[in-house]
Design a protein around this ligand. Sequence first.
Ligand code: GDP
Ligand code: MN
Length: 387
Amino acid sequence: MNIHEFQAKELFVEYNIPTTNGLVVRSLSEIPIALERFPEKSVIKAQIHAGGRGKGTIVGTDLPGVYLARSAEDTARYIQQTLGGVLVTNQTGSQGKRIYALYLCDVVEVEHEYYLSVQLDRSTAKPMVTVSRSGGVEIEANAKNLYSIFIDPESGIHAFQIRALARALGLERRIVPNFIELVSNLYRLFCDKDATLIEINPLGLTLEGGLIALDAKVILDDNALYRHPELEALRDAAEDDPLEDRASRFSMNYVAAEGDIACIVNGAGLAMATMDMIAFYGGKAANFLDLGSRADPIQVREALRIVQENPNTRGIFVNVFGGIAQCDVVAEGILEQCPQTMPVVVRLQGASAERGQQLLRERAPSVVLENDLERSVQMIVSKVRER
Ligand code: GDP
Ligand code: MN
């Protein structure tokens, strides 16, 4: 689960990680309160679940998603022009993301911008702390001068490891104790809250020699959220795909993609392979959807509803390999929600496949049945292309 920068900074405050203070503005009626708190300068930051805001552009303006306002008038004007607008960055895709909240922060003069992150490294199965001397908006484009340490989760992070990070950053000796405390707190936050990523970019070096987090990105592990009911409250439903949410309530995994061929598959591996094969034969998958191993008729029916609610869907490919799932049961689900308005290709193999195919032949004659994987993929690709 992603959270917003202002929420991440609240966690930083809780863990004594120095950061900039601010105020969230969600409607134009709050402008007077904002100007009272920030009568002169402020940094105004669009709160969307994506980075690259500093170099992004708000549609219909030439304004970026992170803006240094120099006066009260400037602050008011920026809020009026951008709140409710759409911000496009190199991480949002061309459709951009709508700005429902702006975060106004104190302006901090910095001498240098570093990069600092903690994330779960999958290849070593360990938390990894990464730093770079060249942080700020450039690092996203070309990751350079990165230096990482890996942490044994049993023994935790050691001061000597943090000193190695400080050396890699070329920090002055007098700053090192602050840095050790900051990184220790960051690691504690990472573990306590079951985060998978915490990124501070930039970590500013102030003129007085202090370190301060100017930006904050936190991703929490969905599978551990049950341990943190207080973090569930940080979920921003407006940022979530409602179809993903609905699928998860039926114990299915759905992720939207950019194409037009909806896929309904049992098993994540087969679902990935199906999407790859669609691409191989010149089509584009509209989604990833894993029914799970059981695949009962209610799930299949709901899966068909979900993919038909995606406005990009122009054809449906059902690919089920029966094992724990029974193909005749899957067929019953298909019959309940089978669209007449677009091509549907179904491949049923394995347990009860013949009975499932029989059911569909009798009661849903418009469904194309094809048992061979490659031919079935070619079939849906060509049918969608013909339309
Ligand atoms: P991002 O582009 O989405 O990663 O947004 P950031 O919060 O990182 O802001 C983009 C850039 O704006 C940063 O890399 C900084 O250079 C600058 N910036 C943001 N907040 C401040 C601040 O409080 N003081 C200063 N001096 N620069 C800031
Ligand atoms: Mn940033």
